[in-house]
Design a protein around this ligand. Structure first.
Ligand SMILES: *Cc1c(COP(=O)(O)O)cnc(C)c1O
Length: 497
């Protein structure tokens, strides 16, 4: 242990009470000059709609309200404060140049109801981004409409269904490996398919013989997260594609983890028929509380008739526009044309990096995950020894003997100034710790993280209660997470009301 340990400081002080509790009658954060026009009785203007009793609105000074909101902002964790190793979520740094570009007047003030001829710049952005993503994935066409990864899955499976129906071969099943992202089976069920589970082998990959046994003419598609949620690349992907195609099934790739592949391999070259991307993961657009997502779906040529309507096209006069006349389309999946602001940011990221830069980010993301793997592999149990791609999955097997579970380690990590990793996922690893540093992190930040994780493992041996009762540096400690999600308290109410 180097002794280089960061501890989270608590940005709170004695004045941390609610703004309502600081209120005193007559205090205000504003002052207006005396009237230089005759006073008007607002009651006469507004009539019955004037609200006389303002209820319990807080009356505070300007500095009190400023301190209140600034203090609230420090109770959150953010990628701009430190490493955010939430596996599968790819919480990478959001470069500020993206924001500068997205705020350019002509871009920020564009309106979706503007006529096409007055929107050529915006359409050009969408066209250029589409071309970049088609090149990166090795596919033939793309829709930018879906608003998130799971929405992309839904769009993709609607196209799978339309494809089979158009061939008078409706099918009932979607195959999904146990190492898939949780949204995959949920999506398949929403589209009306039965989900059949595929077991992974001891290397954390699809067992090809099992796929062969389960594949038949009732299978519409295999949904394959690649790299999967064990952070493992499906090395037999060509064989997997061949087995599906031989029986008329399609290979859908969940490409939310493309940050492990960009610039290295292209799904279009290894047999994928359609896939979604998460611009808010791989291409650095903000997500979580930070912004809307975007989940484009890239496809091979034969699926083009089924693309959501409208489709961006180049018209005969060379201008860009939308084609609504698409008889076999699965229809519209999003109002207007998708989350345009995210297209701008993603394209800014792609263009700022260029092909070599994108390849470098992929290499750095994989290097960083393996650096953490090396740093922690003697301390935490590594259930799969297959090489890691962009994330590494440990288990709490060693610490659980002392009663310390993955959730306890994650909670304690907050006290060391880090956002927790993903806990208890993927489900095929009991007590999983899913860690994804992304390419954004420096060696120094990862060293701090490794030291923190080692220190927590040591505490599990020598200072058990500190770990079990963590976090100690946050305003609230262990929440009832179900209640927080199901019955959130979003509004302050005065006592007794
Ligand atoms: C994040 C993720 C999704 C879902 O994406 P959303 O944008 O959250 O809907 C799907 N699959 C994988 C592998 C993911 O990591």
């Amino acid at each position: 242990m180097t002794g280089k340990i960061r501890k989270a400081t608590r940005h709170v002080n004695q004045n941390e009470g609610l703004i309502f509790e600081k209120s005193s009658p007559g205090k205000a954060a504003w002052k207006l000059p005396p009237l230089d026009v005759p006073e008007v009785d607002a009651g006469n203007l507004l009539g019955a709609s004037e609200r006389k009793d303002l209820g319990h609105m807080p009356e505070v000074s300007e500095i009190e309200i400023i301190r209140h909101f600034t203090r609230l902002s420090t109770w959150n964790y953010a990628i701009d404060l430190g490493m955010y190793p939430l596996g599968s979520c790819t919480m990478k740094y959001n470069p500020r140049v993206n924001e500068v570009v997205a705020r350019l007047e002509g871009i920020a003030n564009g309106h979706p109801y503007q006529p096409e001829r007055a929107s050529q710049g915006a359409l050009r952005i969408m066209k250029t981004l589409s071309e970049c993503l088609i090149e990166i994935t090795g596919m033939d066409a793309i829709t930018l409409q879906p608003a998130a990864g799971a929405h992309g899955e839904l769009t993709g499976l609607l196209m799978v269904r339309a494809h089979h129906e158009s061939r008078n071969s409706p099918r009932k099943k979607i195959l999904i490996p146990d190492s898939a992202h949780g949204t995959n089976p949920a999506t398949a069920a929403m589209v009306g398919y039965a989900v059949e589970n595929l077991k992974s082998n001891s290397r954390g990959m699809v067992e090809v013989s099992a796929l062969e046994a389960q594949m038949n003419e009732d299978v519409a598609a295999l949904m394959l997260t690649n790299p999967n949620t064990l952070g493992v690349f499906e090395q037999e992907i060509h064989k997997i594609a061949d087995i599906l195609h031989a029986k008329g099934g399609l290979l859908y790739m969940d490409g939310a983890n493309m940050n492990a592949l960009v610039g290295k391999v292209r799904p279009g070259d290894f047999g994928v028929d359609l896939m979604h991307l998460n611009l808010h993961k791989t291409f650095s657009t903000p997500h979580g509380g930070g912004g809307p997502g975007s989940g484009p779906v890239a496809i091979r040529k034969f699926l083009e008739p089924f693309l959501p309507r409208p489709v961006l096209t180049t018209k005969s006069d060379g201008t860009l526009g939308f084609d609504y006349d698409r008889a076999q389309s699965v229809g519209r999946v999003r109002s207007f044309y998708g989350n345009f602001g995210m297209f701008v940011r993603a394209l800014a990221y792609i263009m700022a990096n260029g092909p070599d830069g994108l390849r470098q980010t992929t290499e750095d993301a994989v290097l960083n995950a393996n650096y953490i793997r090396k740093g922690l592999e003697g301390t935490y149990d590594l259930p799969y020894s297959t090489p890691s791609m962009h994330e590494v999955i440990f288990s709490d097997r060693v610490q659980a003997k002392r009663g310390v579970k993955t959730m306890d380690v994650a909670k304690r990590l907050i006290d060391y100034g880090f956002h927790p990793y993903t806990t208890a996922f993927p489900l095929i690893v009991p007590g999983a710790l899913m860690i994804e540093p992304t390419e954004s992190e420096s060696k120094e930040e990862m060293d701090l993280f490794i030291e923190a994780m080692k220190s927590i493992a040591e505490e599990a041996e020598n200072d058990l209660q500190t770990v079990l009762s963590a976090p100690h540096s946050t305003r609230v400690s262990r929440l009832d997470e179900t209640a927080a999600a199901r019955k959130p308290v979003l509004r302050w109410k005065p006592e007794g009301s």
